[in-house]
Design a protein around this ligand. Sequence first.
Ligand code: ME8
Length: 639
Amino acid sequence: MAVDSFYVTTPIYYVNDVPHIGHAYTTVAADVIARYKRVTGKKVYFLTGTDEHGQKVERTAREQGEDPQQLADRVVERFKELWQKLNISNDDFIRTTDPRHKKTVQTFFQKVFDNGDIYLGDYEGLYCVPCETFWTETQAPDRNCPDCERPTEVVKEKSYFFRMSKYQDRLLKHIEENPDFINPVGRRNEIISFVKSGLRDLSISRTTFEWGIKVPADPGHIIYVWFDALVNYISALGYENGEGEKFEGFWPADVHLIGKDILRFHAVYWPTFLMSAGLPVPKKIFGHGWWTVEGKKMSKSLANVVEPNRLIDEYGVDPLRYFLLREVPFGLDGDFSHQAFIHRVNSDLANDLGNLFNRALTMVDRYCDSEIPPPAAEEGPDQALKEKALQTFGEVDELMEQLAFDRALKSIWELIGAVNKYIDETSPWALAKKEGDKERLGTVLYNTAEAMRMVTLLVNPFIPQSAEKMWAQLGMEGKPDQQTLSEAGRWGLLPAGIRVNPGEQIFPRIDENRAREISVKVEKEMVDTKGQELISFEEFQKMDLRVGIIKSAEKVEKAKKLLKLRVDIGTEERTLVAGMAQCYEPEDMVNRKVVVVVNLEPATIRGIESQGMILAAGDEDNIILVTMAGDIEPGAKVR
Ligand code: ME8
């Protein structure tokens, strides 16, 4: 592997769920690493993607009345859109349904088989579909999954097994000899005790569902979804074509970034598969912590899943990127609260960094005609500021090596604090008053702007969109991510004479009242849906919803709100009474295509038998009809 290359990956996300803040967290962290490594001059390959096979995805698709490929094609777009919105700079996006991946999985499976590490046997045990994990009766005595606590299913079928037990000693030795292989250290210890407790052979094929990659020599078997998914890290490097240029250039991966929930798969299964195939194991597996929301575990049934799109639309992309990496030490669990988010953004971004830019550039604008003045002799605190800036580069480099993002940001913010203090101490506004202090004023403003250039280079991997604006406001050419830190991170490179462009506030303060309103609204939505009884898909299917076309409408005498409608539902015409005369004139209703509940018990209203119900949204005085957005025949089933 080339010394100047760097390969970083995220987990590939399941497509049974749309992306949330937890997925965004891992991907933003990987992006910051990739961006940082690029400006240190490394040739980076940054991979993310989606995990589309397996029983869980198959089942979700069926519940939603789609085939799994349709579901995957739809949800994958949601991930791609979000990554674009979050300025994720991935070099590749792998889908496990890509032909390149399928082929690699089969090649890899065959290689392990040819090495004598796969045999056919009988599997009898428990399976957790949400976690796609096998368990024994001893591991799950109550038959609930030890990880997610949901009920498991009993599985009894023929299966291919991987001789994982054979690699127990070799894996343990590798973990013990390489302290950085599994990080943080607490997670490394967990894995050491897991391996010491004994590795059993692993079932790696299933015969009781369809959606996956077939065992090459025995197509009645589908390859276990985790065996399939883990191989993505090499299929994206073109491993199927033999060990080509990309594979040799980037494998082994420098870091697999994952959440703590999937550590065992990455730190035990994956390295043993690789050992069997005769390939080097990744250099580092980092298991970060989990986010809760306002103190609670994120869950669809609690409806408290934080939707990153919503936060970005409301507050911008960089506040979210910054918050995620600054708030919680990487590796520990954290809690997402609106209040903490707003506090962090207002204090660090708006006050510290935003104000520094505003006040400094306004002074260059006002006192120096918008031109960066040339520096003269160093005096007083000048040397200390310069040293602080240079020292910060070293510190940040060390902390980034440890993936201590929160401490790297803290160190950059100490530099920002030092620049703000430098301005206070040197009081340029006082220097501007005396003609004789002009030269000193120039030096002070030069040093300030030069330190700001340094800050911009340092924050760039974390908040790239804002860094680009900061760079442009300083009057610098190009973009901060086109620089290398070893070149551009030297003091004195800001050219005197360039024109600054003070403009929009880069980090506007979040109005706390507005933020409170939003957070109350979100909480109310959470409460509204919380505690609601969930219905099964079968229950939902009992409702027969059909497209209907309104043929005629008339007011019901002596009833202010009622309309009598004749609706064609494909097979027949029905009479319906609807309470919406306060919002719709009868003639506005005619020819509209609406949704009708056709198997509702008839009810007699004002002497008229209403044979169904049409769907509408809103409250009493603001009712909006649910209508069809495309061309569709009456009678079509709504599902
Ligand atoms: O496990 N806090 O996919 P997945 C922090 N397909 N991170 C979170 C989180 C939370 N609350 N929730 C999710 C899979 N994550 C497999 C991976 S890899 C070969 C196959 C993040 O869609 C975290 O990185 O369930 C976690 O590991 C990942 O999402 C799980 O995503």
